[in-house]
Design a protein around this ligand. Structure first.
Ligand code: ADP
Ligand code: MG
Ligand code: ZN
Length: 479
């Protein structure tokens, strides 16, 4: 029997507003516990929530960016459950009338481009944090995060592999960061996802029973959790057992999933419209203004990088994944005054050495000390033959770390390539004099030895000889 995997994702994105969703407390991360708290977000009786309109703006902009219908009227609902980090005993969310309805994004898969449907996007408040101290044998509650705004983006069950799920997740993250509405940090939890996974025999129209996976805080975890879960469900079905609908937690240390709670503990949220909040009405004029403020989004930028710079799709995908990386690329190409061909050289440097250094330093392109104009100069120095590509790569980590003009840098280090023919001639003559046997064999027809002579000259000049000139000199002298 062949099985097909079906995946739908629920993504929670923390919005980068200055204040919380229903009160004016700060959203700053890392303050002392319960510093960012007031009667509203700590759930005191008798207080009233007031919507922060920035939250609606950001949610609507995300909807527009993923081709959603933005509903002119939406309604907040209470999702009831009891937990110490939720002092009201309900979370304000949206249920029957969310801010955004159906939409879609396009992702790149092995088989080409694919549309993934978005079911809905709604606004809600985050809960606080319980901290359990084993040493003190006590539990603490920190309400700083209570009331921090979130949007939940729910996808259709359109993904067919863990790789597609990760591609979709990366696309959504990229769009959120482009919009400037979420910092996209998975490790810190400002961008998190639950994966709904099921399997069905190939050809069956009806969906299989799904499990909902939680607790994955990196793309790698998402990939591994889904792969594990798919294998587990296929094993069950093959053994004639049923998959049960449940929430399962991913265990990063073991690479497995296990049930989070039994059925008898399953939540019944008893949603109902929040009587403390009037329906949200978005005026047409606001929507027009917000749409006008959308930046160029990843997919459009990807397409433009292919058509404007003649880059391969792959390069365009890598360079546009982060907005500041894309900006850096364009600034470098502009500084080089370059046409299509040079853009590819810049792209190679950025996808290779530059990205490696950025990742190692753990910073974005916007924080790099090496300015785009200086990277353009470096590419130019190699083109002009002033330094070899090999040496440029060797010194790049240092140049990247300190920034500045690469020409001054390589000159100060004495790394400038020797293109002066008379100086090179001396080295070539010396090598030929030292290698009489090889010279005779070359002249007897073993022309493959040319590489040997080039290597010797390079050794003598500590890698600084211009290989093109050395080649010409050797061929002339050996003829
Ligand atoms: P809930 O809120 O209870 O989790 P939803 O109906 O909102 O349920 O579905 C949540 C997610 O589960 C959506 O992303 C949806 O695409 C996905 N989903 C629903 N059914 C399946 C299934 N059989 N297999 C995989 N994913 C599914
Ligand atoms: Mg769910
Ligand atoms: Zn507050």
């Amino acid at each position: 029997m062949q099985y097909e995997t079906v995946i739908g994702l629920e993504i929670h994105a923390q919005l980068k507003t200055a204040t919380k969703i229903f009160c004016s407390c700060s959203t700053t991360f890392g303050n002392e516990p319960n510093e960012n708290v007031c009667p509203v977000c700590s759930g005191m009786p008798g207080v009233l929530p007031v919507l922060n309109v920035k939250v609606a703006e950001y949610a609507a902009k995300m909807g527009m960016a993923v081709n959603c219908v933005v509903n002119p009227v939406s309604v907040f609902a209470r999702k009831n459950y009891f937990y110490p980090d939720l002092p009201k005993a309900y979370q304000i969310s949206q249920f029957e009338q969310p801010i955004c309805g159906p939409g879609h994004v396009v992702i790149e898969t092995e088989a080409g481009r694919k549309k993934v449907g978005i079911t809905r996007i709604h606004m809600e408040e985050d809960a606080g944090k319980n901290i359990h101290s084993a040493s003190e044998n006590k539990s603490f509650v920190d309400l700083n995060r209570t009331g921090v705004p979130l949007i939940e983006i729910v996808s259709d069950p359109d993904m067919r592999s863990a790789a597609e799920a990760v591609a979709y997740l990366k696309e959504i993250r990229s769009i959120l960061v482009y919009l400037g509405i979420c910092d996209g940090n998975m490790e810190e939890g400002s961008f998190r996802c639950d994966a709904n996974v099921s399997v069905r025999p190939v050809g069956q129209a009806e969906l299989g029973t799904r499990a909902e996976l939680k607790n994955m805080n990196s793309f790698k975890h998402v990939q591994k959790a889904i792969d594990y879960e798919v294998a587990r469900q296929i094993d069950l079905v093959e053994d004639g057992e049923a998959v049960i609908q449940e929430t399962r937690l991913y265990d990063a240390a073991k690479g497995t999933t296990h049930p989070m709670r039994g059925k008898e503990e399953a939540h019944d949220y008893r949603y109902f419209p929040d009587p403390d909040l009037v329906p949200l009405v978005l005026e047409a004029q606001w929507l027009t203004t917000w749409r006008g403020e959308l930046p160029e989004l990843p997919e459009a930028k990807r397409n433009r990088f292919v058509s404007q710079y003649g880059l391969p799709e792959f390069d365009a995908g890598v360079l546009t994944a982060e907005r500041d990386l894309a900006d850096y690329f364009e600034a470098t190409v502009a500084a080089g005054g370059a046409a299509g061909g040079e853009a590819k050289k810049v792209s190679n440097w950025m996808m290779g050495e530059f990205l490696r250094e950025l990742n190692q330093a753990g910073i974005g392109a916007g924080q790099a000390k090496l300015a785009p104009a200086d990277l353009a100069r470096l590419v130019g120095l190699i083109d002009k033959g002033l330094i070899s590509g090999k040496i440029a790569k060797e010194v790049f980590p240092e140049l990247f770390a300190q920034g500045g003009d690469p020409e001054a840098f390589v000159k100060a280090k004495g790394l400038v390539q020797i293109s002066d023919t008379s100086a090179l001639e001396q080295a070539v003559d010396a090598v030929l004099a030292e290698s009489q046997t090889e010279v005779e064999r070359y002249r007897a027809g073993n022309t493959k030895l040319l590489g040997f002579f080039v290597g010797q000259v390079m050794k003598k000049t500590k890698g600084q000889a211009n290989p093109g000139i050395v080649n010409d000199l050797l061929k002339n002298k050996l003829a």
